[in-house]
Ligand binder design. Structure first.
Ligand code: PGA
Length: 261
């Protein structure tokens, strides 16, 4: 499968929200609006416990399924972890790797992120690699250095072909769940840097097609201005993905932005 950024890519990360019953209700509401979302790649990312049920409900729907995390081994004595083959079996196409909450609360490092990226690709899962700076790093002018390091260490050892299966999500930590969004200009500046930096390793062609998402308090009211920016190809959405009407509106706004780009 070749990834392309010709249409907007909108992924709803439900984090530790939604019981199985609630997840099923939300995805059913989203499916009812599928016709309005055809021009986007729409992905739902429920907690592990709801993956199976959500996949069964989605059935042949164009809405895709993703997972929030995984371990890099196939199986073994790793209490509490979930392996790539388990996610494949559950019907996942995508997996989020290195979300800032995983780095902050669960000790993930660029090194573990790299192992996970390689394991995901090996099993045919498409990783969504999250990168982003803290407020302190931004204020000290270290944003690009931090993001650059997360990219080079997180993607270390990947061939250009492997890289073509990776999605990047720029998520400034200070904007996640805070209601503070990077301005479109701030986000575009980092997205352009990411594309440029990646092209040094993987070539211009691969990088012009790469999907680079923005995440951090994206909502229906700001999706249009963010996605109008040249290098912003979609969004990784937390809070606004938990209710069907706001997520659907956000997808529609993203499609509208892409049409006007
Ligand atoms: P938020 O979360 O939209 O609630 O800020 C985004 C994310 O963590 O991916």
């Amino acid at each position: 499968m070749t990834l392309t950024n010709a249409t907007p890519f909108i992924a709803g990360n439900w984090k530790m929200h939604k019981t199985v019953a609630e997840a099923d209700e939300l995805v059913s509401q989203l499916m009812a609006a599928s016709a309005d979302m055809m021009e986007a790649e729409v992905v739902v990312i429920p907690p592990f416990t709801a993956l199976n049920k959500v996949k069964n409900t989605l059935c042949e729907s164009p809405i895709q399924l993703g997972a929030q995390n995984m371990y890099w081994e196939d199986q073994g004595a790793y209490t509490g972890e979930i392996s790539p083959p388990m996610l494949v079996e559950a019907g996942c196409r995508y997996v989020v790797i290195g979300h800032s909450e995983r780095r902050q609360f669960f000790g993930e490092t660029n090194e573990t992120v790299n192992k996970k990226i390689k394991a995901a690709l090996y099993h045919g899962l498409l990783p969504i690699l999250c990168v982003g700076e803290s407020l302190e790093e931004r204020e000290k002018g270290e944003t690009m250095a931090k993001v650059g390091r997360q990219l080079s260490e997180g993607l270390e050892g990947l061939t250009p072909e492997q890289f073509s299966q990776v999605i990047i999500a720029y998520e400034p930590i200070w904007a996640i769940g805070t209601g503070l969004t990077a301005t479109p200009e701030q986000a575009q500046e980092v997205h352009a840097f990411i594309r440029e930096k990646l092209s040094e390793n993987y070539g211009n062609t691969a990088c012009s097609c790469a999907i680079i998402l923005y995440g951090g308090s994206v909502k229906p009211a700001n999706a249009f201005s963010l996605l109008k920016e040249k290098d912003i190809n979609g969004a990784l959405v937390g809070g606004a993905a938990l209710k069907a009407d706001s997520f659907i509106e956000l997808v529609k706004e993203s499609i509208r932005a892409y049409r006007e780009k």
